[in-house]
Design a protein around this ligand. Sequence first.
Ligand code: ADP
Ligand code: MG
Length: 202
Amino acid sequence: MLDADFFRRWMAAAAASVDREAQRLTDLDSPIGDADHGSNLQRGFAAVRTALEEEAPDTPGAVLTLAGRQLISTVGGASGPLYGTLLRRTGKALGDAAEVSEAQLAEALRAGVDGVKALGGAEAGDKTMVDALAPAADALADGFVAARAAAEQGAEATTAMRARKGRASYLGERSVGHQDPGATSSALLIAALAEAADAVEG
Ligand code: ADP
Ligand code: MG
């Protein structure tokens, strides 16, 4: 079972990963965006880290809803409300249980991804974070390692896609040949989940 500590570790691992990879995320956002994705997420996850320390939420659902609120209020770009919705919806679906199963998390994450699709209007194949998140949520039924691999593959597959949502869509055909920054950060988020799970399983 996964408790609030597990979810705190997930968010801490995500914040650390975003710090390490900020430059790469911003570089990916240069040719098909406005070169701010790394700094956007760094600011957001720094706020998540501070809020989790100050408020010490004690259920999985409360950890994720607090993190989602921080991303919405501190990230200026499109990705803030989208990631914020992902985490808030996922957290809300987990309810107020003190511990949740992997299967419950998989189901909740699927609800979170549905929230991202509803807010941003993106479907699979539109070259967005959905292309990494949706396969990861599906693969989570087979475990954290499978989810991480699915997210990484999903992110890599965006290179060949033409963007239909977000800033990159303004480039039309010229968006092809570049990996989507949001799909890349989504793969980092799911890798951080696998990292949090590693710490449990040893
Ligand atoms: P902005 O585009 O406002 O500068 P960011 O650079 O932080 O915001 O984030 C860009 C990423 O957000 C994209 O790479 C893409 O994955 C994601 N994104 C943008 N619009 C949408 C959307 N409508 N639905 C899903 N994801 C989106
Ligand atoms: Mg940007």
